[in-house]
Design a binder for this molecule. Structure first.
Ligand SMILES: [Cu+2]
Length: 98
């Protein structure tokens, strides 16, 4: 009985954290250019508060892993996450939106 209760609470915690990530950290944007060989992607995006971008803009990001750029192409609407690493903006996650 005790073991069962522990399993349920671990599962609930996991589901909660995944929902939090999906809602709060992904940024909506549109891909305008992909350069897989250089590992760069140009994205037109809205405000990104955590990166001090108060307005939308079109800019180049470096991909954390160039392989992930193969899943998207110019014109795609995407949801992505980005971080500033040593002054360079890195896309850490990208997925196709609708
Ligand atoms: Cu920007």
């Amino acid at each position: 009985m005790k073991k069962h209760a522990t399993l349920i609470s671990v599962f609930a915690l996991c589901a909660w954290s995944q929902a939090g990530i999906a809602q709060s950290t992904l940024i909506a944007g549109q891909v305008t250019k992909v350069d897989v060989s250089a590992g760069n992607i140009t994205i037109k995006h809205g405000p990104i508060k955590k990166l001090d971008m108060d307005q939308g803009m079109t800019m180049v990001f470096h991909a954390q892993d160039p392989e992930m750029l193969k899943a998207v192409k110019a014109g795609d609407n995407v949801k992505f996450d980005a971080d500033s690493v040593n002054g360079q903006l890195i896309v850490t996650k990208i997925e196709k939106g609708k």
